[in-house]
Design a protein around this ligand. Structure first.
Ligand code: ATP
Ligand code: MG
Length: 459
């Protein structure tokens, strides 16, 4: 036998029934984005390396050590698998002049790639959801974006997520603070770890971001950027805060919240849980008024956030417990090839009418006994078995057998009336349809939980 090949370390397969939780989450996201009038954008996974060097920042962990970069074999171009999508969205907005007629609200989701040490909540390929508002300078859009993230967590039924925010002011305010910060750290140079010593030269603000517990007292005592804000910056922050409060969102100021990225200004924020260990940041974002210029665009105010979907699903698993996985409405029991030829057109009609049907598929040497097919019908979780038996078919009929509530009740139906019958079916399976009702978004019914015992979906 040939050698077995495995997925790349830190890059995961998402398999059924787990993938159903992803689909339900994505559906909830789509509905909510629509309600806030955010429109979907899809940019390439591969971008020029220079986009991230400039747009993410030379001195960030991402650019320093986490990017999957390679040279295009044919033309030598330097390319990178996107580690985040804000630079890609900004590039696309500049390239297509998206903000020429006013602000744009956009959202995206998709895989991102970072070469990190894989652990719970930290992978080398992971999925981010992001929302970006381009061309709006007012604090109300910062608040709107935070409310959007907050409402998504609420809709999913998640609890105990705290909101931290801070302001990075504008470049001149940061410069004044930077000088004070460098002085503080230089006076205590003996307490800096190697990382911090290096950052003192490249990006001292990021020392505040350290995860080293030994450095905490020094970082706590550092000058606070908040104390360097001018009136306008202070007002911006206060407006965000009061709008959040007015909408019932509790927040705290974290003066050490700086985010790893260089292009931020004014508002920065994170949504954090204590229930996922060290990987507790579910969502991080802020205002990045400087990015468009760095990428060769016209000055354009912008604000956005990115959310790690693996972490969101992990927290759902912790908090929401079990819930349903999708099941077909009906399972088609098909004894032989002659019955199959009659059955498949009927199944097509049923599916066109919106009924979910799982078709029995046999091995090359036969279709399997009725007994084994009914076992699979039960395991599928379907409410009904549709039996295409030879005798019934000869009469132009099929047998409908209730598998769950009806306790085995059985009726025959004319083949040409089966679609009409199906239309009267009260499906008991949880369903998410575009624009689905509020009820289907409630925690007990959102389909995102973990099944305690998943029905066998194989046939
Ligand atoms: P962290 O401090 O956890 O490394 P970050 O500051 O690098 O996070 P961002 O670049 O702001 O994260 O990305 C936004 C969100 O994407 C994070 O809050 C997190 O939920 C998620 N995320 C980031 N890196 C990973 C990863 N390697 N695996 C899974 N999710 C991730
Ligand atoms: Mg990181």
């Amino acid at each position: 036998m040939a050698d077995k090949l495995n997925a790349v370390k830190g890059m995961n397969d998402i398999l059924p029934p787990e993938s159903a939780r992803w689909e339900a989450l994505e559906q909830t996201v789509r509905d909510l984005m629509g309600r806030y009038a955010y429109r979907n954008i899809r940019t390439p996974i591969v971008e020029p390396t220079a986009l991230f060097v400039r747009g993410t920042g030379q001195t960030t962990d991402i650019v320093e050590k986490e990017m999957y970069s390679f040279e295009d074999r044919l033309n030598g171009e330097q390319l990178t698998l996107r580690p985040e999508n804000t630079p890609g969205v900004a590039r696309a907005a500049i390239e297509h002049n998206l903000t020429y007629d006013g602000g744009k609200r956009l959202w995206y989701t998709g895989p991102m790639f970072r070469h990190e040490r894989p652990q719970r909540g930290r992978y080398r390929q992971f999925y981010q959801l992001g929302a970006e508002a381009l061309g709006f300078s007012g604090p109300e859009v910062d608040a709107e974006l935070m409310l959007l993230a907050h409402q998504l967590f609420q809709t999913l039924g998640l609890r105990n997520i705290r909101v931290e925010l801070n302001s990075l002011g504008v470049p001149s305010e940061r410069q004044a603070h930077r000088a004070a910060l460098i002085a503080h750290f230089q006076q205590n140079a003996d307490q800096l770890d190697a990382d911090a010593q290096r950052r003192l030269e490249t990006n001292p603000l990021r020392i505040l971001d350290t995860k080293n517990p030994a450095m905490q007292p020094l970082v706590e005592a550092a000058p606070r950027l908040l104390d360097y804000l001018g009136d306008a910056s202070r007002r911006h922050l206060e407006t965000v805060q009061s709008l959040l409060t007015a909408c019932g969102v509790t927040w705290t100021v974290n003066p050490r919240l700086v985010r790893g990225l260089d292009y931020y200004s004014h508002t920065v924020f994170e949504f954090i849980t204590s229930e996922l260990g060290a990987q507790g940041t579910l969502c991080g974002g802020g205002r990045y008024d400087g990015l468009f210029e760095v990428l060769g665009g016209k000055p354009t105010p912008a604000v956005g956030w990115g959310m790690g979907l693996e972490r969101v699903l992990e927290l759902l698993k912790e908090q929401a417990g079990a819930s349903a996985v999708p099941v077909p409405d009906a399972y088609a029991v098909i004894p032989d090839a002659a019955a199959l030829a009659r059955a498949m057109p009927v199944l097509q009609q049923l599916r066109a009418a919106g009924v979910g049907v799982q078709m029995h598929a046999g091995a090359a040497d036969g279709f399997g006994s009725f007994k084994s097919q009914f076992k699979k019908a039960d395991a599928s979780g379907a409410a009904y078995a549709l039996v295409f038996g030879g005798d019934e078919l000869a009469r132009g009929e099929l047998t409908v057998k209730a598998l769950r509530d009806g306790g085995g009740a059985q009726t025959t139906r004319p083949l040409d009336a089966v679609t009409a019958w199906a239309a009267t079916l009260q499906s008991s399976a949880p369903k998410e349809t575009p624009g689905s009702s509020r009820a289907s978004l409630l925690p007990s019914d959102h389909g995102l939980g973990v099944p305690s015992s998943a029905p066998d979906q194989s046939n």
